[in-house]
Design a protein around this ligand. Structure first.
Ligand code: URA
Length: 230
């Protein structure tokens, strides 16, 4: 072998390294650039893209984009508002106190992580846990729409007013619209209180937020049973 053709052992690592999953140059950094339906083939692609995303300013301060936990073939999707501190650190949604309560609510009607996929309206933590702005929700919406397309859930739980506004565009307060099915894109969407709100309202009295959540989650369980029988 001529010396010019010899393989440089020090560059073997580079040759063997896997191709980057996505070229950062190709990621739309302007929220006006659409991400069309069918862009992603699976949830891991969405996750990789979100971790490089700068379609809004939240990308500048995140530790991890928080894309999902649960079963990608689940019949139920749960959509929250956006990651908090624990979620940002771990890269998983609803892993703090709200998440523990959410898991308990699900368990109360025999639902586990196998039955749900949990996601959020915005994938990156808003500073100081503020409510995401309409522009941030709009910028992030294509990712959620792609998640819904891939999971194809029969039922979507919308936890809190931001989730309702961010997905179905209804701006009414959650107290007004919780507990009533909204049909959206052929799916049954149920607005419910956000678990953080329940943590601040501990009463279990009839008519209290916790009591109402108990009614709503039973309604969801009954709908799932009905859909699975038909
Ligand atoms: N609150 C949310 O809305 N989402 C999370 O992932 C955690 C807390």
């Amino acid at each position: 072998m001529a010396s010019d053709d010899q393989i440089d052992l020090f560059s073997l690592g580079e040759l063997a390294a896997p191709a980057q999953p996505l070229d950062p140059e190709l990621i739309p950094t302007d929220a006006k650039v659409p991400i069309p339906t069918g862009t992603y083939s699976d949830m891991e692609e969405i996750k990789a893209h979100c971790n490089r995303c700068h379609r809004c300013e939240l990308g500048a301060t995140r530790t991890h984009a928080v894309v999902y936990r649960g079963n990608i073939k689940a019949p139920i999707m749960i959509v929250g508002e956006g990651p908090g501190e624990n979620e940002d650190l771990q890269g998983l949604p609803f892993v703090g106190k709200s998440g523990q309560l959410l898991d308990k609510i699900l368990e109360s009607v025999q639902l586990t992580e196998a039955d749900v996929l949990i996601a959020n309206i915005v994938k990156c933590r808003p500073p100081e846990n503020r409510t995401p702005t309409p522009a941030e929700m709009d910028a992030c919406r294509p990712y959620l729409l792609e998640q819904i397309r891939i999971v194809d859930p029969k039922i979507i739980l919308l936890a809190g007013a931001s989730a309702v506004r961010g997905l179905v565009g209804d701006k009414r307060g959650i107290t007004k619209i919780r507990g009533e099915w909204i049909e959206w894109e052929g799916r049954f969407c149920m607005p419910v209180f956000h678990p953080a709100y329940l943590l601040r309202n501990q009463s279990r009295e009839k008519g209290s937020p916790k009591w109402l959540m108990w009614q709503d989650i039973q309604t969801v369980r009954a709908k799932l049973d009905e859909l699975q029988q038909s």
